[in-house]
Design a protein around this ligand. Sequence first.
Ligand SMILES: CC(C)(COP(=O)(O)OP(=O)(O)OC[C@H]1O[C@@H](n2cnc3c(N)ncnc32)[C@H](O)[C@@H]1OP(=O)(O)O)[C@@H](O)C(=O)NCCC(=O)NCCS
Length: 156
Amino acid sequence: MPNDPEAWWRESSSNRPDYTFAIRRLDTDGFCGICNVHVDWRIGTSTIGIVLGTAHQNQGLGKDGLRTLIRFIFAHIGSRKVKLRVFAFNSRAIHVCQGLGFQLEARYRQEIFRWGQWHDVLDMGLFAQEFIDPQGSIDDGIMTSTGTLTDPIVTT
Ligand SMILES: CC(C)(COP(=O)(O)OP(=O)(O)OC[C@H]1O[C@@H](n2cnc3c(N)ncnc32)[C@H](O)[C@@H]1OP(=O)(O)O)[C@@H](O)C(=O)NCCC(=O)NCCS
């Protein structure tokens, strides 16, 4: 046992591996992309990411997948806050995130070089109370929903 078990636990739990989920179509079960969560258990935040294959973009899967992932985080992981990072030129991702209730928290100026120029990078954040979810509402961090977590397209 380490000298300071609590410090060891805090350190190891904050380094716990991410959750990674496949995004599949309900009708064909075809693989469309992945989304992932990194939980910081010490401060109660979850940082997420998502990527769909090009052929699967712009069909509503991203918003559905993110919504499902965020429901899982608030209802089952119990984070206070969900965070993500997005390139400022990624107007589609920003539009989707804003539609889910994400707020701009930080702008890192000229962080990434693409297509011959520098672009800003944005950090966005979402508290449970801000989450826009047509399937249910969140009260004090506990989600009440008319749907179930088995409904949506995200499966392990
Ligand atoms: C970003 C991503 C997850 C979004 O998922 P998606 O399935 O393509 O998006 P959806 O079909 O759910 O929603 C697209 C929305 O953006 C809108 N949109 C499409 N292109 C847009 C653009 N260039 N600018 C602004 N909005 C745009 C659509 O009209 C739609 O809005 P609506 O729901 O209000 O009608 C997906 O495109 C993706 O994986 N991209 C590559 C990786 C990436 O950018 N990851 C995100 C990093 S945070």
